[in-house]
Design a protein around this ligand. Structure first.
Ligand code: CP
Length: 306
């Protein structure tokens, strides 16, 4: 894989993701004493909160024998508060590390970071833009759970406007064949025209489906997402959009026996805890897969010839 930075899903093709997923499978059984990235340092530079992305990248690096330096609230506790630009911060942190994972509140920040960085930049989420490694681990989970990536009907549910994970995931389906996407979203947060245009150009079928129960009866994959309070201009607009599409115990009667429910997490109330014990609820397995996928990604970025 000849990737230098990971900024957007458009950088990937089908052979690249299949190779990455095979490597992630191998990472599941990496011997405890194997240290392929010993001597390497990963910097995690997070200007927005995170549990999964930051800690799974750090866990991945440690499991590969590397080390980690981190600033988990860079907006407040890095020199960004003094007015330092992303570009200058990256130039400095690149001197302290061999790769940088950045999460930033501005769309396009990871691309700006990559433009000046001498070490690999990984986009851990840029505002409402993209979250490419989440989309990779989502695809990896679909392959692991269902055994295929083609010929699927996938319902994308919730905040499709501001949700960077679901935006990246939708774009990733451009690498598949015979896919149909159903967009199930409150009126205030529809899938963006930019994603629709990209999917149309790649021949991916999609349609808006306002009925969640109908989507659950049809789909192989239900991808539920949180309505993101922090992205709404006003509390009223958030309140108007939340609570419309909730998956609860009763919803499971609509779900096919082989279908799965995914969620990038965190969740608030859009999947009730009573769903968790159902074997088709795959979101906690999905989150754990993030470690193996990110191990594979780090290994390929930092040891590209092996
Ligand atoms: N899925 C995801 O990006 O979770 P975090 O915000 O906890 O990293």
């Amino acid at each position: 894989m000849a990737l230098r930075h990971v900024v957007a899903v458009s950088q990937f093709d089908r052979p690249m993701i299949e190779e990455l997923f095979d490597e992630a499978d191998r990472m599941r059984s990496l011997p405890a004493d194997a240290r392929p990235l010993a001597g390497n340092i990963l910097a995690t530079l997070f200007y927005e909160p995170s549990t999964r992305t930051r800690l799974s990248f750090e866990s991945a690096m440690l499991r590969l024998g590397g080390q980690v330096i981190s600033t988990e609230n860079a907006r407040e506790f890095s020199s960004a508060i003094k007015g330092e630009s992303v570009e200058d911060t990256i130039r400095i942190v690149a001197g302290y590390s061999d790769a940088i994972v950045i999460r930033h509140y501005e769309q396009g920040a990871a691309k700006r970071a990559a433009a000046v960085s001498p070490v690999p930049i990984i986009n851990g989420g840029d505002g409402p833009g993209e979250h490419p490694t989440q989309a990779l681990l989502d695809f990896y989970t679909i392959r692991a759970e269902l055994g295929r990536l083609d010929g699927l009907k996938v319902a994308l549910v919730g905040d499709l406007r501001f949700g960077r994970a679901v935006r990246s995931l939708a774009l990733m389906f451009g690498l598949t064949m015979d896919t149909e996407l159903l967009f199930v979203s409150p009126g205030a947060v529809p899938m963006g025209q930019d994603v629709r245009d990209a999917l149309a150009a790649q021949g991916v079928r999609f349609r808006d489906e306002p009925d969640l129960a109908a989507a659950m009866r049809e789909a192989d994959v239900i991808y539920q997402t949180r309505i993101q309070r922090e992205r709404f201009p006003t509390q009223q607009e958030y309140q108007d959009a939340r609570g419309i599409y909730v998956i609860d115990g009763a919803s499971l009667a609509d779900l096919g026996p082989e279908a799965i429910i995914l969620h990038p997490l965190p969740r608030v109330d859009e999947i009730t805890p009573g769903v968790d014990a159902d074997p088709r609820a795959a979101y906690f397995r999905q989150a754990k897969n993030g470690v193996y996928l990110r191990m594979a990604l780090l290994a390929q970025l930092l040891r590209p010839d092996e």
